[in-house]
Ligand binder design. Sequence first.
Ligand SMILES: Nc1ncnc2c1ncn2[C@@H]1O[C@H](COP(=O)(O)OP(=O)(O)OP(=O)(O)O)[C@@H](O)[C@H]1O
Ligand SMILES: [Mg+2]
Length: 275
Amino acid sequence: MSQRPAIQLDHAALRRGDRLLWRDLTLDIEAGEFVAILGPNGAGKSTLLKVLLGLLPLSEGHALVAGKAPRRGSAEVGYVPQQKGFDTDLGARGRDLVTLGVDGHRFGPLGAAGRAARVEAAITAVGAKAYADRPIGRLSGGEQQRLRIAQALVGDPSVLLCDEPLLSLDLNHQRGVVELLDRRRREAGTAVLMVTHEINPVLPYVNRVIYLVDGRVAVGKPDEVLTSARLSSLYGTRVDVLRVRDRIVVLGAETEPHHDHDHFHDSDAGEWHAQ
Ligand SMILES: Nc1ncnc2c1ncn2[C@@H]1O[C@H](COP(=O)(O)OP(=O)(O)OP(=O)(O)O)[C@@H](O)[C@H]1O
Ligand SMILES: [Mg+2]
């Protein structure tokens, strides 16, 4: 495990057109850290991941990923994109999807057998062995999501970027995915950066959160950021953060201009009004 931070952001800002998405984003993410990116629709969460993937330049400031300027196709970075369901007619198997994640140059010398062993290990690590050889279009959302994560991890990245990997999963599958990511960062020291609209499933695991709202940014431990005072100031309106048993409920942020209800179609929805 290396000593340098997995991700470094220094006064980073991003504009799209004449809109400022976020600015003054400064933080170092260490190897093995688990960080959640929170905020309403359109806040620039996916865009932040795209910067770290080297797909978009910053408007201001600096970013380093594994000690280097972000660049496309880096073997240091695994990526689970914001979900689109697979076509039910898709004949490819889960194993084929995971194989696509193997970097040919990196594992070239291993040959076909070494490559197949890597794929098998990644499939086993996410608990997808039982269905990896079935057509992926016919798997459940949770099964597909595990295979996407296996694809992102098969190249053994030091940084894993996940964009809403919990979307459309039931509570059990959400827990399964979060525990999988948590194990990975503990065992392999992979830094995990995860965009999510569902804070409660990740709350017990994340070290820090990055909260983006309308150009403003809050970074810190969940207990520091997810407070009524901090979120009220971030949203510019009264927001109440309630603790109900081990869960949190955020009320009052639904007046946020970019808010919409697209993400409210599961059992957790009513408990997370900040989105
Ligand atoms: N190519 C583009 N050119 C200009 N603006 C863009 C482009 N792509 C995205 N945007 C805008 O940038 C903003 C941030 O988008 P982004 O996808 O990062 O939001 P998000 O926080 O991930 O939202 P969601 O929760 O809905 O996924 C949005 O207002 C979006 O319309
Ligand atoms: Mg997004």
